[in-house]
Design a binder for this molecule. Structure first.
Ligand SMILES: Cc1cc2nc3c(=O)[nH]c(=O)nc-3n(C[C@H](O)[C@H](O)[C@H](O)COP(=O)(O)OP(=O)(O)OC[C@H]3O[C@@H](n4cnc5c(N)ncnc54)[C@H](O)[C@@H]3O)c2cc1C
Length: 417
């Protein structure tokens, strides 16, 4: 056991003996000292410096015995009831977000490992992931399979005691700085498209994994194309049952929508309107009536979104995997992004879309305008969220699907003709 491990273990033991009030006091003291804003080197087009700062903070959370509140002690968590997790989130919401770059790792991959990983996988990976010592990414989208991710063509074939993985993923956020990925691959092309998919854990450092950066409109390079050529995976890299990957993929997408739309914190937060009010003040437009009206609309939307998020969190507290309601927060966030983009362009003029190359990343107003477009796409497009809300929340008739029962190998999807 390392010194860090023993500090964390004793903090975990202390946490289990605490009342909720004592736990809250400890969260407050820790956050007041440590959640003082991320400090990292600029510029950071690949997001590596910011991620490193997030990892340092997360390790501090773990050392203080506050990480992985509800996960079992045996796998690096605190083993506390969900009410303690809510306390952590409530207190965290009062401070700077220190873990934004760990959203995929902690908001999606860690919950999936904890819920669907085997005990062997949890023992191998969870403690390091909870403490931010390892970072995980999501490998779902392919050039021919985005909204319709079940059309994926990356394939995994069992060869003796190992799987061989071949294919390509795209838009893989932070793959270049991740240690592991959760990937979905085709394991039975004779079955209909949803029935022949399995989920695996892939070591990003494995031979045959090639990562290429994608250039973004805002000058960043946070996501990637990832190619797999005869990548060997151990047999136990399979998560869940063979060919049951679609159920797991759906669960992970629900976690994704909650992570994007609800965030990691709890309580009412209005970061977009706060930022826009500051920008309006800087541009001497806070007294302008039309600007004030638009600011008020965005503030109201953000407040309503926080309240819906609180309800989603309460539902999570009651069950395990989040339901389709997560799509509401995701769609709401995309609407706020669209509204704020228009206001930002009106406030900042050309600086809302262009920047001085010498300026530090954080000083670019254009960043928020240009990045806002991704809110309508990442984690599933607006149209897909509306489809989900239509048939799974409102009970409207399902989208027409003519290929549901056809063997995958007979479909004309991606590069398959
Ligand atoms: C910032 C960002 C980060 C991302 N990170 C990751 C990541 O880490 N891992 C990962 O796997 N993926 C990631 N993605 C990919 C993302 O999940 C996909 O871009 C998204 O699912 C849409 O797929 P697509 O781009 O192939 O568009 P398409 O599916 O080709 O959609 C094109 C258009 O058709 C519409 N459309 C498609 N099907 C329907 C339908 N049935 N009904 C109505 N309209 C429809 C869509 O709404 C869209 O307007 C990321 C994307 C972004 C923008």
């Amino acid at each position: 056991m390392t010194a860090t491990d023993s500090t964390t273990a004793s903090a975990q033991t202390n946490a289990s003996a605490e009342t909720e009030d004592e736990f809250r006091a400890r969260c407050q003291a820790f956050l007041a000292d440590n959640a003082t804003g991320l400090v990292f080197e600029q510029p950071d087009p690949r997001g590596a410096n910011e991620l490193e700062a997030c990892k340092v903070f997360q390790q501090q959370v773990a050392d203080a015995g506050l990480a992985g509140v509800t996960y079992p002690v045996a796998f690096g968590g605190l083993g506390l009831p969900k009410s303690y997790d809510r306390i952590w989130r409530e207190e965290y919401a009062k401070h700077h977000d220190m873990t934004g770059q760990l959203t995929i790792s902690h908001g999606m991959c860690v919950p999936m490992l904890a819920e669907y990983g085997s005990d062997e996988q949890k023992a191998a990976y969870l403690a390091d992931a909870i403490a931010g010592r390892t970072v995980w990414c999501q490998m779902f989208s392919e050039p021919g399979a985005g909204s319709d991710v079940a059309s994926l063509q990356t394939k995994a074939e069992l060869d003796g005691d190992e799987w061989t993985l071949n294919g390509q993923k795209v838009w893989t956020t932070l793959a270049h700085v991740s240690d592991y990925g959760i990937i979905v691959a085709r394991t039975n092309p004779d079955a209909p498209k949803h029935a022949g998919i399995s989920m695996f854990i892939v070591d990003i450092g494995a031979p045959g994994v090639e990562i290429r950066a994608i250039n973004q409109i805002d000058g960043g390079k946070h996501f990637n194309e990832v190619f797999f050529t005869d990548v060997r995976l151990p047999k136990n890299a399979l998560m869940g049952e063979l060919n049951a990957g679609w159920r797991l993929a759906t669960a992970m997408l629900m976690y994704e929508r909650v992570a994007i739309g609800t965030g990691s914190s709890s309580g009412i937060k209005t970061p977009t309107s706060d930022f826009l009010i500051k920008t309006a003040r800087q541009h001497d437009k806070l007294g302008d009536r039309v600007t004030r009206q638009e600011l008020m609309k965005i503030y109201s939307e953000e407040t309503a979104k926080s309240l819906v998020s609180l309800r989603t969190r309460a539902e999570l507290k009651a069950g395990n995997t989040p339901g389709p309601g997560g799509s509401l927060g995701k769609l709401h966030g995309a609407k706020i992004a669209r509204m704020s983009r228009l206001l930002m362009m009106n406030l900042a003029g050309p600086a809302g879309a262009a920047w001085d190359p010498a300026a530090a990343d954080g000083d670019r107003l254009a960043n928020s305008t240009l990045r806002s477009f991704s809110a309508n796409i990442a984690g599933g497009t607006d149209e897909i969220q509306k489809n989900i809300i239509g048939d799974r929340v409102l009970g409207l008739p399902r989208d027409i699907s003519v290929d549901r029962d056809v063997p995958f190998k007979e479909l004309r999807v991606g590069t398959q003709n």
